[in-house]
Write a protein that binds this ligand. Structure first.
Ligand code: GLA
Length: 351
């Protein structure tokens, strides 16, 4: 019997920067996808969340627009890379909310990958697991995401955030101050990453990089944007500032300066909201209110357009602030909203 737990993630800062090979600083969180099972000749999986059993053979991988596509996608990229794992018979469960903006899909993909890696001795290093999972998501599932989610789910470390240069894939573990609590707030609004707005932002950013002849947003300065249409300038200038903020936020965390760190996050939220156009009324409401309630800072996390936000709060006041904001939010908006007081977790692993 094999048992894998695979964390979700929140991004502390560095939003919509990974698809232009900029900086990000996410952490893996202690909310998990759990995969338990045995080796088998075919794949036979039961999903507790969907209350559904799916079976397929390993001779061809047809997409069927269901949760099982994540499994098929992992098999497909592994087979394409020359690996030949056999099947799994098992079940999927866990406490990571699905479709809430906490990267449940990357968590599931890495969980399957880890299971196969272990059960069939594939010997795939963690960095490669992340790249293969991203490939499955991009090419099989059809979501054009960057590398952030898969990377931190593969390589996350308890008690630490990860600073990642998404161009070189160089990374650094940043120790989180003991009295700092990350409050994760699900707005109750599910979001589809495949949704056109994410794709539009990505296409535009790629087009700009191509026009100015640079590979990574890290190398772009505002002056390079001269002559571009106004909306292009506005969007890309945000990315330039966000990269700079990730560096500053990292330094603040290293010094244990939670107050400064929080301020940088809030500034990042209003910048992405005003200039990158991926926030919404619910996320803005949360950020404004939770800061008033005493959070050091807050921002949307992940792709935006609903999903999840985070707030940085004092450990001792965390529960009280969380309860208050939930009450205020649900009075006005979605009753499906929930919060989680999370800790930074290790990456995907066997237990
Ligand atoms: C999603 C993608 C990531 C990243 C974020 C935005 O989570 O999967 O690669 O682009 O959106 O920062």
């Amino acid at each position: 019997m094999y048992r894998v737990i695979s964390p979700g993630r929140v991004n502390l800062i560095g939003e919509h920067t990974d698809y232009t090979f900029g900086y990000v600083m996410p952490m893996a969180v202690n909310l998990y996808t759990v995969i338990e099972g045995e080796k088998s000749e075919v794949v036979e999986l039961y999903s507790e969340h969907f209350n559904e059993r799916k079976t397929f053979e390993l001779d061809s991988f047809q997409k069927e627009n269901s949760w099982v596509d994540y499994v098929k996608g992992i098999y497909k990229v592994l087979f394409d890379a020359g690996f030949r794992p056999r099947g799994i018979k098992g079940r999927i469960s866990g406490n990571l909310p699905i479709g809430a903006g906490l990267s449940s899909s990357a968590s599931f993909e890495l969980g399957i990958m880890q299971f196969l890696n272990e059960a069939y001795n594939l010997g795939i290093p963690r960095k490669d697991m992340a790249l293969l999972a991203q490939k499955a998501e991009n090419e099989f599932v059809g979501v054009p995401c960057g590398i952030m989610d898969q990377f931190v789910i593969a390589l996350g470390k308890e008690g630490h955030a990860m600073f990642i240069d998404t161009e070189t894939l160089h990374y650094e573990y940043i120790h989180l101050p003991k009295d700092m609590q990350v409050l994760v707030f699900y707005t109750g609004i599910k979001r589809e990453l495949a949704s056109s707005a994410y794709v539009d932002r990505k296409r535009m950013a790629e087009k700009i990089l191509k026009r100015i002849g640079k590979k990574s947003s890290k190398e772009v300065i505002e002056r390079d944007l001269r002559g571009l249409p106004g909306i292009y300038k506005k969007r890309f200038a945000y990315i330039i500032r966000e990269n700079e903020r990730v560096l500053k936020a990292k330094e603040a965390l290293k010094k244990g300066d939670i107050e400064k760190f929080g301020k940088i996050l809030t500034e990042a939220h209003w910048d992405i909201a005003e200039n990158y156009g991926v926030s919404c009324g619910e996320l803005d409401f949360f950020v404004r209110k939770v800061v008033k309630l005493g959070a050091y800072g807050a921002r949307l996390t992940g792709a935006g357009f609903g999903g999840t936000a985070i707030a940085i709060v004092d450990k001792e006041k965390a529960e009280e602030i969380a309860e208050k904001i939930l009450r205020e939010y649900t009075k006005v908006f979605n009753w499906k909203a929930r919060y989680f007081l999370v800790e930074a977790s290790d990456g995907v692993r066997m237990i």
